[in-house]
Design a protein around this ligand. Structure first.
Ligand code: AMP
Ligand code: MG
Length: 311
């Protein structure tokens, strides 16, 4: 049964891609933000748009990557007084607003904590309690939980000003769709099984939309049979232990989708559901560590059994 679902989902994903227009898309692969990104764009100026998006992704990486000493964010973290462009200060304001909106579950200043666990140098370790409280008292910018979503929004703005029909961008697991497919059918996006490399279900989205997943399987290390993943609970300074294995957020805005997927993962099913009930701009799919699937009422999920979360 599981195998069948997997095949269905992959097939769905391929169907979604093939339907954009009768032509083949321009495809481009970019390595940025420590991940592989795939661009597929249909339309007359698709080639030029792909080039422009590729350099946008590289520029954003250069500016906002906390791991790069010379980046803007690296300099801010070293206390340098830098004049920010309007766009740059807007991004920092927006992430701070999202942090407040999620009661701090999304915290764009968790770099010292991630570092303490070795996620930046990729020298994984379990820090002592003292090291954790020291890291928690040392806020340093890290937009790793929001940058790919923001990149999706910037790419959409660029596509809107290009002569292209539609596009689907896989920004390291963050999916950003643009425009409507020629056959008017929805885009179909597989949700990865947190416990394997197959898919557990298919999400259908129409038009321009971000579909972003945060999961405990995306980056982690194991010690003595315990998995330590990369999404930190800002209250404890430890990998969030909320009973969730992944959260997928569907939202028109990529930055919001990205910040929320991280925040909901930290908050867990109950608090995450509460936040959804207070909002009207996103839908979500939660997968628990037990493999149960819950989807908010507006999420168009198919190909799997799940419980619907109502308002
Ligand atoms: P994501 O995969 O979008 O959920 O983002 C996870 C990444 O964001 C991590 O690799 C860290 O760089 C950073 N991060 C970890 N925990 C948090 C948090 N609670 N809030 C914001 N960023 C975080
Ligand atoms: Mg995120």
């Amino acid at each position: 049964m599981k195998r069948l679902l997997c095949l269905l989902a992959v097939w769905g994903l391929i169907l979604g891609l093939a339907g954009c227009k009768n032509t083949k898309p321009v495809q481009k692969t970019v390595f940025a933000m420590d991940t592989v990104m795939d661009l597929q764009i249909w339309g007359a100026d698709a080639e030029a748009a792909a080039e422009r998006i590729a350099s946008l992704l590289t520029d954003l990486d250069r500016t906002w990557s906390a791991a790069k000493e010379e980046s803007l964010i690296g300099q801010l973290n070293r206390g340098k007084d830098i004049a920010l462009t309007e766009e740059q200060s807007q991004l920092l304001t927006r992430v701070q607003q999202l942090s407040e909106h999620t009661s701090g579950a999304f915290d764009p200043q968790m770099l010292s904590v991630s570092r303490a666990w070795g996620f930046y140098e990729k020298e994984y370790r379990i820090p002592t309690e003292e090291e954790i409280s020291l890291a928690l008292s040392d806020p340093k910018w890290d937009l790793g939980a929001a940058l790919k979503g923001y990149a999706g929004d910037r790419a959409v703005a660029l596509l809107e000003n290009s002569n292209v029909d539609c596009a689907i961008l896989n920004l390291g697991g963050n999916i950003q769709t643009y425009g409507q497919k020629a056959d008017k059918t929805p885009w179909q996006i597989g949700i990865q099984n947190p416990g394997g490399s197959d898919y557990v279900g298919i999400l259908s989205v129409v038009g321009t939309c971000a579909v972003v997943t945060s999961g405990d399987y995306q980056r982690y290390f194991e010690k003595d049979g315990i998995r330590y993943h990369h999404i930190m609970d800002p209250e404890t300074g430890c990998p969030a232990d909320s009973g969730l294995a992944s959260v997928t957020v569907i939202c028109r805005n990529g930055l919001t989708a990205d910040a929320l997927s991280t925040a909901l993962f930290v908050m867990g099913l109950e608090k995450g559901t509460e936040l959804w009930r207070q909002s009207n701009d996103f839908e979500a799919v939660f997968i628990t560590t037990e493999g149960e699937i819950y989807a908010t009422a507006g999420a168009a999920l198919s190909g799997c059994e799940y419980e619907v979360i109502d308002r």
